[in-house]
Write a protein that binds this ligand. Structure first.
Ligand code: PLP
Length: 475
């Protein structure tokens, strides 16, 4: 609930900060016209799973500060790991030098990578954001084909509703027209297959008889284009930013078998699903799939510092080996690649996940969250509640029977989020899909509060039009 702590700053400071923000900060994924007219929260501190604003008001962090927080905020063990590392060195480059925490973390991640029939993932390339790690994956796949005598393999296949980040390569394999269409003239062409969006299945099929039909367009694209395709890229189990679209069980497994059959590399983007979010360390483990390239980020540092990884196999790594004059070097890097502070935070996060048995805890909390959200399952304005671990999407609809969406101009997802905020819970929707992504270690009573406030917010927002949604837009 909205318990009150003493204000972290003088009351006058809040307005001064808002003024500075409005004068100078351009916010991501935000229609700034609406932002400039609004009265934003200014986060000044945190405690556990609560964010505290400049007036001392507390808000439950229902989306893990954009899907990153693992154990909560201000975790003593992670704080200590970062300050210990500060006492050694904050940053040194990985270009031509090694550093202690990046070497240790790479070994830990390899040990945690999906069990495989083959050699599995043995190499780790660091970057600072999911989108960078996706760029690296695309370039690695492309380079591998170039270096192994298959230069004609130079295109990618991705899914409708896919989101892989906002850099141009990642946008080229993105499938959300609202975000991506404007940039098409800048992008490289990629093949696209339908998304496994069961709730709005274009084939009108039902699980389990649907899988073959669902994968058929992808298989046809592989049949037709495999000679020019270097990789398929997908988000395993759940397409996140596309609206928490859960793939049916077996989909990933069959997709990976098709990639193998047609000799096309498989890139799994686990930026949203990885690091325990779905109840296993990587989501692909649940379907017994080990990709050629795996991308992770978000929760890697427990939600503390920007760090992402692109993991790959020995075979892909080996294809880049040679003398300098062979021009096989992987010419890619970022200034802060393998930053020691971020890697130290990640190591402390992994230690804590092990000590707290976080993965088992996610599975238990997921069941509890499912039970607490039961009242929504037959709500007249809820089409579907999709849940994988602690990753939940609640699709709001104008009419449950016909699945008719709300008029987008109503901004119904935002109306729900606004209601929840008034009751001390911060959530951020994706269009009309209400998203819950609590910290993985959230206490059960706070999880219950998150569910209760969400149910009440859906009830209130869909019953009465209420105040207009913030002009920040649908997303
Ligand atoms: N890939 C997926 C599946 C994501 O969900 C995201 C971000 O939400 C990204 C890539 C991009 O990550 P970042 O925002 O760290 O660039």
């Amino acid at each position: 609930m909205t318990g009150h702590l003493p204000p972290l700053r003088d009351p006058g400071d809040r307005q001064a900060l808002v003024d500075l923000d409005k004068a100078h900060v351009w916010h991501p994924f935000t229609q700034m016209e609406g932002w400039l007219a609004g009265d934003p929260l200014v986060i000044a501190g945190a405690e556990g799973c609560w964010l505290i604003d400049a007036d001392g008001r507390r808000f439950l962090d229902g989306v893990s500060s954009l899907w990153v927080t693992v154990h909560g905020h201000r975790v003593p063990e992670i704080d200590r790991a970062i300050t210990d590392q500060l006492g050694r060195v904050a940053h040194s480059t990985l270009l031509g030098l090694a550093n202690t925490p990046s070497a240790e973390l790479a070994a830990r991640l390899v040990a945690l990578s999906p069990p495989s029939m083959g050699p599995g993932l043995t190499k780790v390339f660091y970057s600072e954001a999911g989108a960078c790690a996706v760029e690296i994956a695309l370039k690695m796949a492309f380079g591998y084909c170039q270096h192994t005598g298959k230069p004609e393999k130079r295109t990618f296949l991705s899914l409708d509703n896919a989101y892989h980040g906002d850099t141009l390569g990642a946008v080229s394999v993105g499938g959300i027209d609202l975000f991506h269409a404007a940039y098409r003239p800048l992008l490289f062409p990629a093949h696209r297959a339908p998304s496994p969006y069961c709730y709005r299945c274009p084939l009108g099929k039902q699980y389990p008889g649907c899988l073959t039909a669902c994968l058929r367009p992808l298989e046809e694209a592989l049949e037709e284009h495999h000679e020019e395709l270097c990789a398929v890229i997908v988000e395993p189990l759940m397409q996140a930013a596309g609206g928490m679209i859960a793939a049916p069980p077996g989909y990933l497994r069959q997709l990976s078998e098709l990639c193998e059959e047609y000799e096309v590399l498989l890139i799994l983007d686990e930026v949203a699903t990885g690091v325990g979010r779905t109840g296993t360390f990587f989501a692909c483990e649940q379907e017994g799939v080990s990709p050629d390239i795996l991308v992770a980020g978000k929760g890697l540092t427990g939600g503390y510092l920007p760090l992402a990884v692109t993991m790959t196999t020995q075979a892909i790594f080996d294809a880049f080996l040679g003398r300098p004059e062979d021009a096989r070097t992987f010419f890619h890097g970022h200034t802060y690649t393998g930053n020691p502070l971020a890697c130290a935070a990640a190591l402390a996060n992994l230690d804590l996940m092990e000590a707290n048995q976080t993965l088992a805890g996610v599975r238990e909390r997921s069941e509890a969250l499912g039970r607490a959200l039961k009242p929504l399952e037959d709500h007249p304005h809820v089409g579907e509640v999709r849940r994988r671990g602690l990753m939940v999407g609640i699709e709001l609809v104008a009419d449950r029977a016909t699945r008719q969406p709300f008029d987008p101009a109503l901004g119904m997802g935002w109306r729900v989020a606004t209601q929840a905020r008034e009751h001390g819970v911060l959530i951020r929707p994706l269009g009309d899909v209400v998203v819950l992504m609590p910290p993985l270690g959230i206490p059960f009573d706070e999880l219950d509060l998150l569910a209760r406030v969400t149910v009440e917010a859906v009830e209130a927002a869909t019953k009465a039009p209420g105040p207009p949604a913030p002009a920040g837009g649908r997303w």
